[in-house]
Design a binder for this molecule. Structure first.
Ligand SMILES: Nc1nc2c(ncn2[C@@H]2O[C@H](COP(=O)(O)OP(=O)(O)OP(=O)(O)O)[C@@H](O)[C@H]2O)c(=O)[nH]1
Ligand SMILES: [Mg+2]
Length: 293
């Protein structure tokens, strides 16, 4: 599992370091904003987040709502709300819901802040930290919130030196660097979903397996997207469906044969890039019904 995107190699040492850093920072924050990808809101959660974050209040933000299936996004938001979290979905490409984010954080922390005031403590801003696995939109989220009102308030004592705190609203501050967590790669089903989101390099998995699984899923859940994009109809009962699918896509997309045979690698490359950039359509790879926790 070493060959990952963005030079992140999640060897045990790196995991321990990230865990240590996050546990340190978490002491001075009031709320964790956990970003997950709306296309796979379970698979894109870090396996140890509960242990890391402990009882800190949490807002779960499902990003890339514009690339996911709205029906399932609603169900996922509800799923996390039923688990006792605040949750919302966003499209960070077109993001102007700052007030909603801040409002949800205020709502979670209302009681805590009121208690502090009652104890005679000075009114203070809520302090938040963004956490999430690679590529879920952490930097985009922080930049959008920060650029709106970028007042870097400087290093605070007790906080990692390089880390700065940005005041986003009168009563709301954010760490300018997110906590990057590792995905749950030891679960094969999850690793496949994560690879389809582009959070890790697809080639850490056997590509043909990923292709077959993705095609099976699409033919069951989104047959109309396959039809629109590739004029493809898959019959999973046909024992040659895999070969036929490759041949069909190669033909409709005019992929040049390789030594007289379908160029399977080019077909997969095309398919995965169209999955990643959303040009096949809005797809969610898992529903709340398929997870148990
Ligand atoms: N369509 C769409 N794209 C998004 C959204 N949020 C983020 N992106 C894109 O997703 C990619 C990753 O976003 P980043 O903000 O770099 O993600 P990150 O979590 O900081 O990633 P790392 O720093 O690598 O861990 C970028 O190309 C963003 O433009 C969204 O809501 N919708
Ligand atoms: Mg980033």
């Amino acid at each position: 599992m070493a060959n990952q995107k963005m030079n992140i190699h999640w060897f045990p040492g790196h995991m321990a370091k990230a865990r240590r850093e996050i546990s340190e920072k978490i002491k001075v924050i009031d709320i964790v904003i956990e970003l997950v990808d709306a296309r796979a809101p379970y698979s894109s959660k870090n396996p140890m987040i509960n242990e890391l974050v402990r009882h800190k209040p949490r807002l779960i933000v499902l990003t890339k709502q514009d690339m996911a299936d709205d029906r399932y996004t609603k169900q996922w938001v509800q799923y996390y709300e039923e688990q006792g979290y605040q949750a919302m979905s966003v499209n960070l490409k077109n993001f102007n819901e700052y007030q909603k984010v801040i409002e949800k954080c205020r709502c979670v922390l209302k009681e805590k802040m009121e208690k502090e005031l009652a104890r005679g403590l000075k009114p203070r801003a809520i302090r938040a930290m963004v956490l999430g696995i690679p590529n879920v939109g952490k930097s985009t989220f922080i930049n959008k919130l920060a650029n709106r009102k970028a007042t870097v308030t400087g290093n605070k004592p007790g906080v990692t030196k390089a880390q700065q705190i940005i005041r986003v609203a009168k009563d709301f501050e954010l760490f300018d660097t997110p906590g990057v967590l590792w995905p749950k790669l030891d679960d094969e089903h999850v690793a496949k979903n994560i690879a389809l989101l582009g959070s890790i390099k697809q080639n850490i998995l056997p590509l043909d397996d990923l292709f077959i699984e993705a095609m099976k899923y699409l033919s069951m859940h989104y047959p109309q997207l396959l039809k629109e994009r590739y004029q493809l109809e898959i019959d999973l009962d046909d024992e040659d469906w895999i070969i036929k699918t490759f041949d069909h896509i190669a033909k409709v997309r005019k992929i040049k044969p390789l030594r007289g045979e379908t160029d399977y690698d080019r077909v997969m490359e095309l398919f995965f890039s169209e999955i990643n950039d959303g040009s096949i359509g809005r797809i969610t790879w898992e529903t709340p019904l398929c997870v148990k926790d």
